[in-house]
Design a protein around this ligand. Sequence first.
Ligand code: NI
Length: 170
Amino acid sequence: MKILIYGHPILREKSKPVEEINGKLKETIEQMAELMYKVKGLGLAANQVGIPKRFFILDVAQKEGNPELLVFINPEILETQGEVSYEEGCLSIPGYYAKIDRYAHLLVRAYDLKGKSFERELSGLAAIAFQHEYDHLEGILFIDRLSLLKQNLFKRWWKKNKPKELFYNP
Ligand code: NI
């Protein structure tokens, strides 16, 4: 499994709904989790590993030493509240970090690996990471949410710092 880098066209596609929650999907998610923990990412969307389908994983508790893997399949944002600003990074844009404005609280709905629909309230880092990953499903990257001035600074930075290839194998 490889992580796609900014510039790869799949990262700009709008991902398609998952139609069947089966053993193959479970296996894919296990591989994604392994990869995410290896690189100490907070989240990973399917299209970041080349699968343009609507699912992602999060674990914002791993840093405190008690990992809790959250899986969101065909996620929806039902309600939003408040505002928060946090310095984000992305495994597909290695080395770049910037403050992004997000909603502080969310009510979300998704399917789990058993194919069961659930709702969950998210706050803090979980809410921020959810929105970051949800954006990936829409083909949106966190740099798109910067001001035009900062986007231009990013583009200059990227020219100097971008990896040679459009994917990497951690
Ligand atoms: Ni990302």
